[in-house]
Design a protein around this ligand. Structure first.
Ligand SMILES: C[S@@+](CC[C@H](N)C(=O)[O-])C[C@H]1O[C@@H](n2cnc3c(N)ncnc32)[C@H](O)[C@@H]1O
Length: 742
């Protein structure tokens, strides 16, 4: 129970209680409920909760995933179902072929889940809780008087001692029409089946609902109008109804339905236009395959032969399904200018042509270069499969996601991504394969089944969540925005899903860097990459301590990194590693204290430089135990040295010591694993471990300043050029560079 503003809201789960409860109360499994709540009490309680909701007496929205179980299998068909009643059901025990028919007797409470009161054919009543729907109070899915079929129903215990029917997988709830065969005689109503009526009126009523954001009611009305048009043909109204229903489907992320309706609208337009009636445009399947082709090609000139409103919808659908282009050309300034806190989705195509997904042999599948890439080149660019666009400042968008099975919780970015993924997958069967092809950490192997040849991929919410966790990315609105954040400001990032990009494996020494502009995700080469090489990126910036680093990768993504840095760090004795960390922490504290005192003195800087050299010595002494010889860190990052070196570079710069600024700027790059030679006025990268980031861009900038002061303009120029290139790598484009470098 949630106590909120002094009132108990028993419709909202408290995950910690629910988890304890699930673990403690398994002894009732398979039994019938011991207690029963009367209809009057259920309805009264429900009215109280509707009142709480209307008063805003609700806690932060919490989505709760119970212990995993798969959805009911196969198509829901009246012929293959076993109808049961509430009195037949057991606690926590599901009969996969059973179907419970219910009719709701109240308006729904829609917050963390949709809760209503429903009766079965015998008049028995229950609380019905439907999770993971995409509805809201204004536009509910399970309206009062709705007839629903619950697949594989069972009683689920509530922490307050009661029981309810709980649906987790959206496909386990089927909304029925009162005229459907399966509906019990007593509830049947054949009126809705009528094929005669005023289609134009339906359209007008649908428009009104659309304006009120009651999208589902608008859909119903347009559908009814189309039923009428099928018996009383009227091409103008028909085209309009298909077009409008298409528009609503786009808003609801139902792209499959939208593409179907737009194809019908275009074909109907062609059939009723003398010039086009015998053209390919009159063929729905031709139009549909053009809409879904993922290409800008239009060999039949469809877009130039249809009215503008249809053309605009076609463009929208094509972009939303995804268009591929073969070159890395983008108008970055236009795209970037368009993007803002409320406009993440840009009209741009994917560029995936020059990379391919295949087996790595050791790390599952990965992305590979199909051609040579030069440092800074765009490797691939991809629009998000899903990137939620909630408004960060909106308190109503607060949301949490709990998985009771493993006790994990995701905050708002993850919870919203999960919600939208479920919706997108549920309504777009054509897009499921690309999502469910991603690694789910073995979930489906354990809980699912081998699909039959033509079987539709089920949307199992637990599988959706496992795939989300293993494959999603945190994304800012623009990567360049992050460069202008005050230190330690930690802005909230969104969670998004990019299918192709998700195939990239992690390396602490990556050859690519990812960047975001709105929902476009870019990978650029951090260094030259020859054709055939695997493309890797850092899932997270590596911790200094190898144990912490591996722990993070293991618990979040289920693997341990075997890159050269991890192998080398791992082969250093525990004592040396501990000593490095100890000295690092000590030095960090000294540096912080010094920062608080204002401008540092030369003596204090020399003291820090001495301490830095001591940590440096711990790196050169760190050949694997018992071995002598080459420095194992010769070209590898020395992460414990990075922050003190950055401090010294900036401190020497602040006291205008040019030689020291250059010395430490180069050292900073070197400690990131970027070894630079500057002989003969030429800037040469001897080695680049892939750590291209804002600090390395700054280091180059300080070097440029220093060389300019020393009159070495050629070197300064090369540093500035490289800094610009690295800026493009870390932000995705050149937009904002002028401002950053000034
Ligand atoms: C985002 S996916 C990458 C694609 C994945 N390899 C696949 O076949 O679907 C993340 C998963 O890839 C694997 N992975 C990524 N980087 C790895 C690495 N450096 N070593 C081992 N496994 C890795 C882990 O199983 C991780 O959970």
């Amino acid at each position: 129970m949630v106590s909120f503003a002094g009132v108990n809201n028993t419709y909202e789960e408290v995950p910690d209680l629910a988890k304890k409860f699930i673990n403690d109360a398994s002894n009732e499994t398979g039994q019938r409920p011991k207690s029963k709540v009367s209809r009057g009490t259920l309805v009264r309680t429900h009215q109280q909760h509707l009142k709480l909701l209307s008063e805003g007496s609700v806690p932060v929205r919490s989505l709760v995933l119970p212990k995993p179980y798969p959805p009911a299998r196969g198509w829901f068909a009246a012929t293959s179902t076993k109808t049961v009643h509430l009195g037949d059901l057991q606690i926590d025990s599901r009969d996969r072929s059973a179907v419970l028919l219910l009719r709701t007797v109240t308006a729904p409470y829609v917050w963390s889940s949709t809760v209503t009161v429903a009766e079965d054919e015998t008049g028995d009543v229950t609380r019905l809780t439907v999770c993971n729907l995409e509805d809201n109070v204004v536009d509910p899915i399970v309206t009062e008087g709705a007839i629903v079929a619950v697949r594989q129903p069972c009683w689920t215990r509530l922490v307050d001692g009661g029981y309810h029917i709980r649906v987790d997988h959206p496909s386990d709830l089927v909304l029925l029409q009162p005229y459907d065969d399966l509906v019990p005689e007593a509830w049947k109503d054949d009126d809705g089946k009528a094929s005669n009526g005023d289609a134009a009126q339906c359209k007008r009523d649908g428009d009104k609902m659309f304006l009120k954001k009651r999208f589902r009611q608008a859909l119903e009305l347009y559908t009814k109008g189309l039923q009428y048009v099928s018996t009383t043909p009227d091409s103008v109204v028909e085209i309009d109804l298909y077009r409008k229903r298409c528009g609503v489907s786009i808003v609801l992320l139902r792209l499959d339905d939208a593409a179907k309706d737009l194809s019908e609208a275009i074909a109907s337009h062609a059939r009723s236009t003398p010039d086009l009636s015998s053209s390919e445009l009159a063929d729905v399947s031709v139009v549909k395959s053009w809409l879904r082709s993922r290409s800008t090609e239009d060999s039949l000139h469809i877009s130039s032969r249809i009215p503008r409103p249809l053309k605009e919808l076609a463009v929208r659908i094509k972009f939303d399904i995804g268009i591929n282009q073969t070159t890395p050309e983008y108008n970055f300034s236009v795209i970037s200018a368009y993007v803002g806190p409320l406009t993440l989705h840009v009209d741009a195509a994917n560029y995936l042509n020059d990379t391919e997904v295949r087996e790595t042999g050791s790390h599952g599948r990965g992305i590979f270069a199909k051609k040579d890439f030069k440092e800074g080149d765009l490797i691939c660019a991809e629009k998000a499969f899903v990137l939620p666009g909630y408004f960060m400042q909106d308190r109503n968008s607060d949301c949490l996601l709990y998985s009771l099975d493993d006790g994990t919780a995701a905050s708002r970015p993850g919870a919203w991504l999960f919600k939208e993924l479920v919706q997108k997958l549920r309504w777009n069967p054509s897009l499921r394969k690309e999502y469910f092809d991603m690694s789910d950490g073995g979930y489906w192997q354990e809980h699912g089944w081998e699909l039959a040849g033509d079987e539709e991929l089920p949307v199992d919410i637990f599988r959706v969540e496992y795939i989300r966790r293993l494959n999603c990315f945190s994304a800012p609105i623009r990567s360049s925005d992050l460069l202008n954040q005050p230190p330690n400001s930690n802005p909230e990032l969104r969670n998004g899903f990019w299918t192709h990009g998700s195939y990239a494996n992690h390396s602490c020494l990556p050859n690519s860097i990812r960047a975001f502009i709105g929902d476009l995700r870019f990978l650029r080469a951090a260094r030259d990459i020859p054709a055939g090489e695997e493309i890797t990126n850092q899932y997270v910036a590596p911790d200094i301590d190898i144990d912490e680093r591996q722990e993070k990768l293991r618990t979040t993504w289920g693997f341990e990194c075997d890159c050269q840095l991890c192998v080398t760090d791992g082969s250093v004795s525990r004592d040396t590693r501990k000593e490095r960390l100890r000295q690092f922490e000590e030095l960090k504290n000294t540096v912080m204290k010094l920062g608080e005192k204002g401008a540092p003195t030369i003596t204090s800087l020399k003291k820090i430089a001495r301490a830095l050299r001591e940590i440096e010595a711990l790196y050169s002494l760190s050949s694997p135990e018992g071995q002598t010889g080459e420095d194992p860190y010769a070209t590898l990052p020395r992460l414990a040295l990075v922050h003190p070196t950055l401090f010294l570079t900036e401190a020497w710069r602040s006291v205008k010591n040019v030689d020291r600024t250059i010395e430490y700027g180069l050292k900073l790059l070197r400690n990131f694993g970027i070894v630079i030679r500057t002989e003969g006025g030429k800037l040469e990268t001897v080695h680049n471990a892939g750590f291209v980031n804002v600090e390395t861009v700054r280091a180059l900038n300080y070097l440029a300043e220093g060389y300019t002061s020393r009159g070495e303009e050629q070197l300064a120029h090369q540093c500035r050029e490289k800094a610009r290139l690295w800026y493009i790598i870390i932000t995705g484009s050149e937009v904002g560079a002028e401002q950053f470098f000034s």
